[in-house]
Write a protein that binds this ligand. Structure first.
Ligand code: CS2
Ligand code: MG
Length: 403
């Protein structure tokens, strides 16, 4: 079997998505997600100019060899652009391999380990009362795990909180919008939020929170400790993780579980965090961490140290990534939790899919492959629109801070 054609499709049905479609001489095709929020065209260009010419004529069944051909063959290893491009190829090739076998993808990975995939939803509000209301609405809808974020008094815009009352989409402007930040205000407010949320929702729901890289290690340790009475399922991205050693300090001071890794793109980004058991959940997912082939390496390393998966599932990952991730989650022995942030109806119609959400659980489909495709004609009606993630400045003097 040979790859006969490969093309990159960029579309914006409400937000930008980069999709790779690989076709074969057997009449089968596969698709992969290559979306890198705010830097979409860099990955599209990398694929278009440097990857696609090398794919034509290759046997699509040689997934492992093609992965290493693209990783080692580039000489310039790792990085979000390279790894998202490799991930898209890898996802499309797994899709093709499973279609050849006539099996849903999870069967090729080793079969089903669970009946469904536990998902967490996002409850956000402009203040504590609104967030509590949203948490209760999610509980009512059947969610067993809920992430709670709220506006902070004295701060105008906060990560995760929509000011227009619609679904939150962080890449909200053609040039980066500017947010203001004050860690002391946030550190005072967040324990109050969780006191109210835990009081209202009871004991049976898992509660999560995303710090979004805003704190220093010692501030993160303070926050983790102050949240212990509310028994969080996890505290996410408490501090930036380029320096993996930073997590040793957080770990010394708090037993609040820690989840990290949505911005990681390889096993090397989390090797020390996992081996030292400084984290409890690894948040890498298919698109940004080198596809199914590389994600499996990360999950296997994590399993040795009882670290579980907690895959990123924001709307900047396309429904293709979600489909592939759900097959992965259905198989992976050390599964923890899957993030679920619903795409709009329009986005879902551009990507016909067989996965579904039902009362707090996600289920992959049973059709051959990963079960997601792209409607190219519909996609063509929604061309790319430049959109950036925001930046953050300290409120008192305008210094650039982590967003
Ligand atoms: C977030 C993301 O889902 C999450 O936990 O941190 O929404 C993140 O802000 C976006 O993926 C950025 O593109
Ligand atoms: Mg996050």
């Amino acid at each position: 079997m040979k790859i006969t054609q490969a093309r990159v499709i960029v579309c914006c049905p409400g937000r930008n998505f980069v999709t790779l479609k690989i076709e074969t001489d057997a009449g089968l095709h596969g698709v992969g997600d290559a979306t890198l929020n705010g830097r979409e065209l860099a990955v599209a260009g990398y694929l278009q100019n440097h990857v696609l010419p090398c794919l034509i004529g290759r046997d699509p069944q040689q997934i492992e060899d093609i992965w290493h051909y693209l990783y080692k063959g580039a000489y310039w290893r790792r990085g979000p652009v390279t790894m998202s491009a490799i991930a898209a190829v890898d996802t499309a090739l797994w899709d093709i391999k499973a279609k050849i076998a006539g099996q849903p993808l999870y069967q090729l990975l080793g079969g089903r380990s669970r009946t469904g995939v536990m998902a967490y939803g996002h409850a956000t509000g402009r203040d504590i009362a609104e967030t509590v209301e949203e948490v209760l609405r999610h509980k009512e809808a059947g969610y067993r795990a809920i992430r709670a974020q709220s506006g902070v008094p004295g701060l105008e815009k906060v990560y995760g909180v929509s000011t227009q009352g619609r679904l939150y989409e962080p890449a909200d402007a053609a040039l980066p919008s500017e947010h203001d930040w004050d860690s002391s205000k946030y550190l005072r407010h967040t324990p109050r939020l969780f006191e109210a949320v835990r009081g209202a929702v009871g004991e049976d729901v898992h509660l999560l929170h995303d710090v979004h890289h805003r704190l220093t290690p010692v501030q993160a340790a303070q926050l983790g400790r102050s949240l212990e009475p509310y028994r969080l399922f996890w505290m996410e991205d408490p501090t930036p993780a380029e320096n993996q050693e930073a997590f040793a300090l957080i770990r010394q001071h708090t037993t609040t579980p820690i989840a990290v890794g949505e911005v990681f793109n390889s096993i090397w980004d989390c090797k020390t965090l996992i081996e030292k058991q400084w984290i409890d959940y690894i948040r890498t997912t298919v698109t940004h961490a080198g596809g199914i082939t590389h994600l499996r390496r990360i999950a296997d390393l994590a399993a040795l140290y009882q670290v579980k998966t907690g895959s990123h599932g924001a709307t900047d990952l396309s429904p293709i990534c979600m489909g592939a991730a759900l097959h992965f989650d259905t198989w992976v022995p050390n599964f923890g939790l899957q993030e679920y942030m619903p795409h709009s109806e329009l986005m879902l119609s551009v990507f016909p899919h067989d996965w579904r959400f039902e009362r707090g659980m996600l289920y992959c489909g049973e059709s051959p492959g990963h079960g997601v495709d792209i409607d190219e004609q519909l996609a063509a009606r929604y061309p790319y629109q430049r959109a950036y993630l925001p930046i953050n400045r300290l409120q008192h003097d305008g210094s650039l801070h982590d967003w």
